[in-house]
Design a protein around this ligand. Structure first.
Ligand SMILES: Nc1nc2c(ncn2[C@@H]2O[C@H](COP(=O)(O)OP(=O)(O)OP(=O)(O)O)[C@@H](O)[C@H]2O)c(=O)[nH]1
Ligand SMILES: [Mg+2]
Length: 299
């Protein structure tokens, strides 16, 4: 059993060993982990989701954002995960390079998570880990996820503020994913604005936001992450969005989603896959096999 104050002590000193051990313990649902999680108290430390297509510049942006927070004596935790790739090694290496300024910094903790192999699924693991990070003395928690498909939408919904990173060439992509993107983005970043037609893309995006006419229209920020251009503006947009949440925003919606994730994970943990497999083996070739009837036996 880990103790929250031991982990905190480590974080204060910039020694993350105890934290790292606790993370593995929670990921593996070790003995006492559930009780430990149930004793964490709520707080409003921001969880910032950063998502977008592969290579859009998410890690480079995070690397630049961290600088401003570290200068303000803040502590930052970054969890990065690539749900699309079963082979995570590449992503981990990429992150190490892109966030190289911070890997050994005492105010910054960066952890890459394998996409698979979490009891109850990735989302519940992310929920546990972000809540842990909120409780041990970090001021900002960043979750980096690749892509803007369905699983990313789910992960993004664990965040208080979701930043969707796009690049100027993403026009068609955005057209296709329009509704989904509008739903999850609290802030849009058009990164790689050093490339041609960046301003056209920004205008296009702003037009789409206007047409969408939602009450809380996301801001669009242009950045050149590699040159740290647009970073203070991005930081401000993130902070403004987080403040807007505390005055009546959709916190309840965020919690509802988290509760659903936990229930789902808990139910899935109760499913005995091997039992299903054995039974399926006997039945799936039968001429009267019906998948709906079969599944119902396990409800
Ligand atoms: N020209 C230009 N290149 C950039 C900019 N930002 C990032 N890059 C480059 O784009 C490449 C990908 O950057 P990353 O930060 O790793 O992108 P990512 O979105 O984290 O990538 P994945 O995590 O692999 O999805 C790197 O070679 C960066 O140097 C930018 O503003 N302009
Ligand atoms: Mg990255």
């Amino acid at each position: 059993m880990h103790s929250i104050s031991d982990i905190k002590q480590g974080v204060i000193k910039g020694d993350f060993l105890t934290l790292a051990k606790a993370i593995s313990w929670i990921e593996n649902n070790g003995e006492g982990a559930t009780t430990f999680l149930q004793e964490l108290l709520p707080n409003s430390i921001p969880i910032i989701g950063v998502t977008g297509p592969p290579g859009a510049g998410k890690s480079t942006l995070i690397n630049a954002l961290i600088a401003n927070w570290v200068n303000d004596a803040k502590k930052v935790a970054v969890l990065s995960v690539d749900p699309s790739s079963p082979f995570h090694q590449g992503a981990i290496l990429g992150d190490r390079i892109r966030m190289k300024d911070w890997y050994l910094h005492p105010q910054v903790y960066i952890r890459s998570l394998a996409a698979r192999g979490h009891l109850g699924g990735l989302n519940s693991a992310m929920l546990s880990l972000t809540t842990l990070m909120q409780s041990v003395g970090f001021d900002y928690i960043i979750v980096e996820t690749v892509g803007v498909g369905q699983s990313e939408v789910e992960i993004a919904s664990l965040a208080d503020t979701t930043v969707v990173v796009l690049v100027p060439e993403a026009g068609d992509e955005v057209q296709m994913m329009k509704s989904g993107l509008m739903e999850i983005a609290n802030v849009f970043v058009v990164n790689k604005s050093d490339r041609p037609n960046a301003q056209t893309f920004v205008n296009h995006l702003n037009q789409m936001i206007l047409e969408n006419a939602s009450a809380s229209a996301p801001q669009v920020i242009s950045t050149i992450a590699t040159e740290k251009v647009g970073i203070p503006e991005l930081q401000l947009a993130i902070e403004q969005h987080h403040e807007s949440l505390s005055i009546g925003g959709n916190k309840k919606e965020i919690f509802l989603n988290k509760v659903m994730q936990l229930i789902l994970a808990h139910k899935m943990n109760q499913v005995e896959v091997n039992k299903i497999k054995t039974k399926l083996e006997l039945e799936y070739n039968k001429s009267n096999f019906n998948i709906f009837k079969f599944a119902q036996e396990f409800y």
